[in-house]
Structures are given as C-alpha cells and as structure tokens.
Design a protein around this ligand. Structure first.
Ligand code: ATP
Ligand code: MG
Length: 364
C-alpha cells in the first residue's frame, strides 16, 4: 500500500529524531562511564551529578544538588585561581585546569577539569558542564619527583656547607678553648667565651642536621627490639630538663625488627620532641604500638593544638617550620629515614585534639 507522503515525511522526521536522541543518550552513557560529570546553572548551583562524581566525592546526589562546588573545596587554590576560572567560563570560553578537591571523608583528590559553557542564542552561558578525570596518582608521582630533585640539590649544597662551614667552626671552637683555658677560673671573660662556644655548638648541630638530612647513610639493618628502642628514646628525651613536665606513656610491647636502630631512634626522637613542644612542655604524650603480620605501627599522639589541614602536606617538607627556633628538618629527616626502611611516616590532626604521627615499618 502506497504511503501518504505527509505521513512518510513525519515518520522520517521521527526516526531522525529518535536516532539523534539515541546518539545523545549513547554519548551521555559513554561520558558518564569515563568521566566525573556535573552540570551547574549560571550561578554555579549544581543541577546534575553522575555516579562517578558521587563515588569520588563521597556525597550522595541529594547532598550535592542545589549546592555549589565549594562543598568539595580543599582550601588549596587561591581566590584568584577560581576568579580566573569564573571569568573564563562566564565569557563563554572553555576552562581547563587541575583542581585539588576534598571528599566528604576529608580525603584529598586531584582532578583534571574541563568546564564547558553551554550558550543560548545570544551567546550567553545558560549552564556549565564540568568534565573531570582523576589524576591523584600522577600528582603524587610528580610531588615525589620534585622532592627527589630538591633532595639531590640539597645534597650538593650540604657538601659545600660541610666543607666551608663545619671545618672553620671546629677551628674557631678549638681556638676559643685554648684562650678560655688560659684565663683564670673566675675571670669575667670566661662567661663570654662559654657563650660563644654554646652558640657555635648550636650552629654546628644545625649544620649536622642538614648533613644527616641531605646525605643519609644507607641503614645498617640488624635485628632490634622495638620495646628497647622506645624506652631508650624516651630516656633520651628525659635527659632534657625542659621536658620534665611532659608525661610520655608507652603502652605496648613491640616486636623485634630488622632495622637500623640508631636511625629509627633519630626519627622517633624527632616525633617525641615535636610532641613535647606541641604540648608546650606540659602534658601527655602517648606512644602505642600495633603489630600485624606485615607491619609494626608506632603512633605518637600528643594533646597539643594539632595542625591545620592546609599544612598537612607541608609538614614533611624540608625547612617548613612554624617555630621560632625550628630548622624544619625534624619531620623531613624522620620521613626519609623511615622511607629508607621501606616504611611510611604520616601525620594526622585530630582538629584541636592534638596530632598523631604514625611510623609504619615492614616486618620483613
Ligand atoms: N606534634 C605536632 N603538633 C602540631 N604541629 C606539629 C607537630 N609536629 C610537627 N608539627 C608542625 O610541623 C612543623 C615541622 O616540624 P619539624 O619537626 O620538621 O620542624 P620543627 O620542629 O619546626 O624544627 P626542628 O628542625 O627543630 O625539628 C612544625 O614547625 C610544626 O608546625
Ligand atoms: Mg621538630
């Protein structure tokens, strides 16, 4: 039966529309499968999120719809960074960049982000679509690489410092000792000489810290008991009267591990010292040990102020310090030592209820 030409055209239209719709659905399906997708209105209010968005951010769809992206902001980028983003997309241009976000559980993740403005007939955006891919691992690898480069440069610098500073310092110290020795026991100038010597010793120690950090010696592994090591490290802290009012409680026994006990002691001592400083010389520091088949975890917990989330990445960077007289090498050195033992050193802040430093050492 011949078809009425109008009906035939209508059917063609419909099949064309069905095809386009199917194509659109397929494209959306493919996009949702591969990327983290969200759309917002022109004000930035979230109007759509796909499953991947919910997965990575840890929020349910209902938590996100109607909110803006500040809900996953990690306080890492500057105001200017987001201002530029908004200027670009409001102009109708595509923005691309790498953004550090925070999931509901506090975990940080990085996403390579492309934001595409959808434009109306007047060329004005009426909605934005953000397409993101997770790049957290790559960011970590880049940070590690940067860290290694810094360390290599620092190593070269340390060699120069050792030669140009340490040796003359030793010479000056020796000369002072000779002069001091020639003075009478009660001479007023003796106090001055003593003071200079103390300062030289402090300087020397700082240079020594730098050297230890920059030119680490490979660990000399030997079986050593964690319990003994902890007791020894606490005793070391006890030797300084400044920490007389700090109560250090070691509550568990530890296993015997293959490690360079002297090096691990340096790392532990740095953690204890930081904890004692965090409680301002008055308070409690808890050391706990947890042992599994694979790991031995030593946690140092203090009751100090903890630290801001924003600096948690920076703590382990060499020379990062918030202290008046800190060199900022304590945690960097500790981390390095622990990593040379194929372990990890991480920091957590309980948000006003102190800091927890966690050393994890492999058992084999
Ligand atoms: N237990 C802690 N509680 C709060 N903040 C801490 C704690 N431990 C370290 N920090 C922070 O990390 C920073 C870096 O610590 P790190 O031990 O590397 O250097 P430092 O203690 O400042 O100087 P030093 O070289 O003398 O150790 C500190 O300045 C402090 O801001
Ligand atoms: Mg320190």
């Amino acid at each position: 039966m011949p078809l009425n030409p109008r009906a035939a055209a209508g059917a063609r239209d419909r099949s064309h529309r069905d095809e386009s719709l199917k194509e659109l659905q397929d494209t959306k399906f493919a996009l949702d499968r591969s990327a983290i997708v969200a759309t917002t209105d022109v004000e930035g209010k979230i109007t759509y999120v796909n499953e991947k968005f919910c997965q990575i951010s840890g929020y349910a769809e209902a938590d996100l719809l109607g909110q803006d992206h500040r809900i996953i902001n990690s306080d890492y980028h500057s105001k200017e960074f987001f201002r530029q983003l908004w200027i670009t997309i409001a102009r109708g241009e595509v923005w691309n960049g790498e953004v550090r976000n925070r999931a509901k559980n506090g975990k940080i993740y990085w996403v390579d982000t492309t934001i595409v403005p959808f434009l109306d007939d007047h060329g004005k955006p009426y909605q934005y679509m953000a397409i993101r891919f997770e790049i957290t691992e790559r960011k970590r690898a880049e940070a590690r690489l940067r860290e290694q480069e810094t360390l290599a440069r620092l190593g070269e610098m340390a060699a120069v410092v050792a030669h140009e500073v340490k040796n003359p310092l030793a010479g000056i110290r020796g000369a002072l000792q000779v002069i001091g020795g020639r003075m009478e026991a009660g001479a007023q100038e003796r106090a001055v000489i003593d003071d200079i010597q103390t300062r030289i010793d402090a300087l020397n120690e700082m240079v020594q810290d730098l050297l230890v950090f920059a030119r680490p010696t490979p660990p000399k592994m030997a079986p050593s008991a964690v319990t003994t090591l902890l007791a020894g490290t606490v005793a070391l802290l006890r030797r300084d009267p400044a920490w007389a009012d700090v109560e250090v409680v070691v509550s568990d026994e530890g296993p015997t591990l293959r490690m360079d006990a002297a090096q691990i002691q340096v790392a532990l001592f740095n953690l204890l010292l930081n904890a004692a400083q965090a409680v301002n010389g008055k308070g409690r520091v808890d050391v706990t040990v947890e042992t599994t088949d694979a790991w031995c975890e030593i946690a140092v917990r203090d009751t100090g102020p903890g630290f801001d989330d924003g600096v948690s990445d920076k703590l382990f960077e060499p020379f990062f310090t918030t202290k008046h007289r800190g060199s900022g090498l304590g945690l960097a050195t500790a981390k390095r030592v622990v990593e040379m033992h194929h372990g990890t050193l991480t920091a957590e802040s309980g948000g006003g209820s102190g800091a927890v430093m966690l050393i994890r050492l492999p058992r084999s």
